[in-house]
Write a protein that binds this ligand. Sequence first.
Ligand SMILES: [Zn+2]
Length: 483
Amino acid sequence: MSSKITVTDRNNAADETRKEWLRVLAKYQLDRECAGSVKFWSPRLDTASRDELRHIQDEKLLALIPFLYTNSEFYRRRFDRLGLDPREIRTVDDLILYWPVVTKTEMAEDVIAHSPYGTYSTMSDQVWAERGWMLFSSSGTSGTPRAFRYGQIDRELWAWANARALWAMGIGKGDTVLLVSGFGPHSFAWGALHALEKMGVPSLTGGGMDAGARSRVILRYSPTVLLCTPSYALHLGRVMQNNNIDPRTTSIGKILVGGEPAISIPATRDRIQELWNAKLVEFYGCTEVSPHVGGYSCEALLRDGPAFAHLMEDIQIWETIDPVHSKPTAEGTAGLTVCTSLMSESSAQLRFLVGDYTVLNYSSCACGRSHARAMGCFSGRSDDLINLRGIKLLPTQIEEVIRSVPGVGDEYEIQLNTDSAGLDIMTIQVEHPAFEEGSEISSRISSAMRTQCELRVGVKVLPPGTLPKTEFKAARVKDQRNK
Ligand SMILES: [Zn+2]
């Protein structure tokens, strides 16, 4: 009898905290069904003052913490382990002061201990069975996949937030979007699709076909926006060129990329924009703090201007921390991204370490939006950092060097090995039509690596078409060093 009462009590508490969280959420879900103005989907939220944004974050956080504490075992255990009463966190400042960042490792350990979903979500088996919808997961490339069972409430919020982001990019009536994706359990393309449905913008789904078929879709139906990974934008454009179709003459005027860094790498951004004669715009985020877009381009991002992306601060709290001590970095200083997701039923997270390097800027943007911007966009995750003989660098820095050399193919491979003397070495493999006289290409790349990355590397020049083609998310670093 007593155990029944306990379960009922907990369910009542769960219901009460959820009701309050939903009430606050609804209060700030403005312009739910359609755009509030030509320039801003949600004018009041998109242009709110910095004080107003902080007030919204504080109010949402105050409702979120009891909801999370009551419904997520992972978070309840963490509060208890830290000896922290959830009522002690009432503001964003309190959160940053008292709550250490949550890492992927902590979440992965939780999944291993409570397979297959872990306990960080508020979505219990019972809620999942009752409300259903869709499962998304992290790729698991750097460990155990972390799964998220998103519910109907998440779907609605997701479509609304992503519609605001697409609107900011200048995507709307008159556009048709071709979504090239495998439509796996990753949130990028699905999130855009739901937003397009809400916006009443036509979409073409380009899954399950090869590049030849996709190029015929472009020629036949004249989409104005191409959505894909940066690697695929290059691949598709090259396949069209090989078939004597010039991508520059097609209907595509905008390329919306996600899944890999792109705008932060000037040489990659230039290559894609040149190849298609189109403007590159970007979605940035990760499955753990999805659904909802994290970073997004706006119309003030000029085709050849400085790179930056907005963050949506009324639904998420973004900060950067230094990688060594995990302390907040000063404004204008580079750090690793940390996100508190205030607006997901399944995946509300408190200070999750997303771990991309960027610099946050809180000054208002030429587009009129007041939300923080990640200057230079996002140059890669700390998980991907290569440490070679004590020198640390991101693969994106190497990509910038390689793609700055004219005529070098889009594909490349970074090989890390240990030589017979026990020294760790890097060899970069690239493709070039003049591979037989590759020494000039090779010395250009190795000398640029020395000056820009302070690293001596070997370079191998191969005939075009030798390296494996990257269709979706690229895996270009092969680490075969002796551990
Ligand atoms: Zn802007």
